[in-house]
Design a protein around this ligand. Structure first.
Ligand SMILES: Nc1ncnc2c1ncn2[C@@H]1O[C@H](COP(=O)(O)OP(=O)(O)OP(=O)(O)O)[C@@H](O)[C@H]1O
Ligand SMILES: [Mg+2]
Length: 242
């Protein structure tokens, strides 16, 4: 569905990502891990087309999204991508309900919004707070509203930045099951930036960013032994350190 090719980016003189490559398959959950400041949010920004990398390409359905004009790229974001921001970005003057349906108002193609809202309100347990404003919600409640908003347009790809960061055990489990249900029944793919081991365990693939380099850390299936995967770059770094 989506391919990241040789993406490098820096802020000023600081290199954040170097030569990052990976493919996002249909119906898959990918966890992106790495310590704070490693570049997880930056990578999600690049995938969504919000942040242009210094070098490299993001290919969606065979097309380079950074070759599109701004209008085409924002339509792509609205229709194909649901974004759960690390700090929610809920609109303060709108209630939970208004925040959730807002992306659907921008999308004239979606008709079954009412049913979709009812389903999400039920699933994410939002009934009691549906007419409250964000400033009156707890962190976990804001998080759940932000997740509902990301899903309302039935995107093909969800980008979720620390989606369980503010949630208790039970709410986290619900989010994990919701992501799996969306993958299995709606053919969505989900990329999650996270520190949460439970999310990583439930993902199909785990990419880890360390010192600008992204490597595949997906555990081999039980009974299969493989050598750790290394890119040319990590091999060079390891050689240097030794
Ligand atoms: N617009 C910017 N200008 C300058 N530096 C930036 C900018 N955006 C991000 N950075 C820096 O890039 C680095 C990567 O940031 P990023 O937000 O991607 O990290 P992260 O892996 O998401 O961390 P966390 O786990 O804390 O959310 C950080 O050191 C940050 O300070
Ligand atoms: Mg982040």
């Amino acid at each position: 569905m989506l391919r990241i090719e040789n993406v490098s980016t820096s802020f000023g003189k600081r290199k954040i990502l170097e030569e990052v490559n990976f493919t996002v398959e249909d119906n898959s959950i990918i966890a992106i891990t790495g310590k704070s400041g490693a570049g997880k949010t930056t990578l999600l920004g690049i995938i969504s087309g919000l942040l242009k990398p210094d070098r490299g390409r993001v290919i969606y359905n065979g097309q380079d999204i950074f070759k599109w004009g701004d209008y085409r790229r924002s339509t792509f974001r609205n229709r194909e991508i649901g974004f759960v921001f690390q700090f929610f970005n809920l609109l303060p003057d709108m209630t939970s309900y208004q925040n959730i349906v807002y992306p659907a108002i921008l999308n004239p193609a979606s008709r079954q919004i009412r049913e979709q809202v009812d389903y999400l309100v039920e699933y994410l347990n939002l009934k009691a707070i549906i007419h409250q404003y964000p400033s009156t919600l707890s962190g976990g409640e804001r998080q759940r509203v932000a997740i509902a908003r990301a899903i309302i347009n039935n995107p093909r790809l969800i980008l979720a930045d620390e989606p369980t960061g503010n949630l208790d055990e039970k709410s986290s489990q619900d989010i994990i099951s919701l992501f799996k249900t969306l993958r299995d029944t709606k053919s969505m793919s989900i990329i999650i930036a996270t520190h949460d081991e439970r999310l990583v365990k439930n993902a199909d693939t785990n990419y880890h960013i360390d010192d600008t380099v992204l490597t595949d850390r997906t555990p081999a299936p039980k009974g299969v032994r493989t050598a750790p995967k290394k890119t040319a770059k990590t091999a060079k770094k390891t050689a240097k350190k030794a």
